[in-house]
Design a protein around this ligand. Structure first.
Ligand code: HEC
Length: 213
């Protein structure tokens, strides 16, 4: 019996090695595969160098392979040069050359090839690649929140007598640059009234408001 619905379901599910990876496959690639390639392979098989005429930083490049042909056969780890290289099974190609990867990385690469090597790196070069971790890491190094904590020098201010904590000095430098200074301290009654009426943490920390000289 011909069952068109079943056929459609099969077509929709796609072949095992469909061009479009599923979200789970992408997650596997991003978590377990890409970091290994970036850290252990790109330096010799990427934008700067292509040892053995092989680049490993795009899907097309990996499938095309290098001097010895395709670096992997989707679904077939045992037939894939990349897997042979990282498992050190071929005495002529042992990658990375300096020493075997940790077992979990080798297992991840093997598993990835076995599942059909789903690969979202469809750009022509690493630079085209919106997910490129190496690029983002390099950019992230300059981000302010990742800089080491430093104690800045406390600035010298004209109205030093008004400074009671180092924070005051920082506030006052900016105020003085704008021709302003702190408001005069409130007398005891006013201060206590303000505290009672409109106490908020921020008022407690910055009890002064700027005024014109
Ligand atoms: C320090 C540099 C270096 C690093 C890092 C490196 N390789 Fe290589 N790779 C080479 C050189 C050089 C060759 C070609 C010469 C040879 O056969 O040894 C090569 C060749 C290969 C080949 C065979 C290419 C062909 O078609 O002949 C594969 C596959 C390969 N590398 C995979 C990897 C993988 C996967 C990684 C990361 C786990 C990696 N390499 C890391 C230097 C490196």
């Amino acid at each position: 019996m011909f069952r068109p619905l079943a056929l459609i379901a099969v077509l929709l599910a796609g072949p095992a090695f469909a061009a479009e990876p599923t979200p789970e496959q992408i997650e596997f690639f991003e978590k377990r595969v890409r970091p290994v390639l970036v850290e252990h392979c790109y330096s010799c098989h990427g934008e700067k160098k292509d040892k053995g005429a092989l680049r490993l930083d795009t899907r097309d490049a990996i499938l095309k392979g290098g001097d010895s042909g395709p670096a992997l056969v989707p679904g077939k780890p045992e037939a894939s040069l990349l897997v042979k290289a990282v498992t050190y099974t071929n005495p002529n190609i042992q990658m990375p050359p300096k020493g075997k990867l940790p077992a979990e990385h080798i297992a991840a690469l093997t598993e990835w090839v076995k599942m059909g090597a789903p690969d979202p790196r469809t750009g022509k070069t690493t630079a085209d690649n919106p997910y490129d971790i190496a690029k983002h890491l390099a950019a992230a190094k300059d981000h302010w929140s990742l800089q080491p904590v430093k104690l800045p020098a406390v600035p010298k201010v004209a109205g030093a007598s008004r400074v009671s904590t180092p924070v005051d000095a920082f506030l006052l430098t900016k105020l003085e640059a704008a021709g302003l200074t702190f408001a005069p301290p409130a007398d005891k009654r006013t201060a206590s009234r303000r505290r009672r009426k409109r106490w908020t943490p921020s008022r407690r920390i910055h009890p002064r408001t700027p005024t014109r000289n």
